[in-house]
Design a protein around this ligand. Structure first.
Ligand code: G3P
Length: 218
């Protein structure tokens, strides 16, 4: 399973790279705004910086909601770096744009996916990734992980090459559940990735090993 980090924060991206387990980055307009990145030039420069830090796919989202606008923005984003994946919302024009980009060999990530039907449409249009939002479904009392399972099953039934990118992954159990059911990718904040390190028995055991070593090597 690939690990993507869901942030536009360069320090967090660098930290995940240094841990040695990062396969890519996803961003969205909210995450860019959180870092105070405004204006097209600054946004483009920021994506370039991210691509210099991480050797893997970097999702950059279009702001336009009409087909022509998505195509113009997406082509400009794709020109920034070979690792840029154009992130397109799950709308009628978005599906058309995914088809267009797919035919041009430009990688896409279909975002804001909340049903298996939406995922199927994106796969048929040729999306590289589909991003079902696990946490946001849980937020409204649905089962986000169950949706991931459904989409993994459907794509496997027909051999769609589209990768299931579990997004809005908020905590370690989400990540583990997505791994158990075969999501191709999870994207989550740094604290979820580093959260995988933790167990109190690991800390306790290490302290004991070091203490015992010190006793005989004093
Ligand atoms: O990037 C899309 C998704 O991962 C957002 O997550 O936590 O804002 O629902 P969240």
């Amino acid at each position: 399973m690939k690990f993507f980090i869901d942030t536009a924060n360069l320090k967090d991206i660098q930290e995940a790279v240094e841990l040695g387990v990062l396969d890519g980055v996803t961003t969205n307009p909210s995450l860019m705004a959180k870092e105070g990145i405004k204006g097209t030039d600054a946004v483009m420069a920021h994506y370039r910086q991210i691509c210099e830090i991480v050797d893997g796919d970097v999702s950059a989202e279009v702001i336009a909601v009409d087909f022509d606008g998505m195509v113009t923005e997406g082509e400009a984003l794709a020109e920034l770096h070979p690792n840029i994946v154009v992130k397109v919302p799950m709308t009628r024009d978005g599906v058309k744009a995914i088809k267009y980009f797919s035919e041009k060999g430009i990688k896409t990530n279909c975002t804001l996916v909340f049903t298996a039907g939406q995922a199927l449409l994106a796969a048929k249009a040729g999306a590289t990734y589909v991003s079902p939002f696990v946490g946001r479904l849980d937020d409204i009392g649905h089962d986000g992980v169950q949706l991931i399972e459904q989409i993994v099953q459907i794509f496997s039934n027909y051999g769609y090459p589209t990768q299931v990118l579990a997004a809005s992954v908020r905590h370690v159990p989400h990540l583990i559940q997505c791994a158990e059911i075969g999501a191709d990718v999870v994207t989550c904040p740094l604290n979820v990735i580093t959260g995988l390190l933790n167990h109190p028995l690991t800390d306790k055991g290490l302290a004991q090993f070091l203490a015992d070593h010190k006793k005989v090597n004093a």
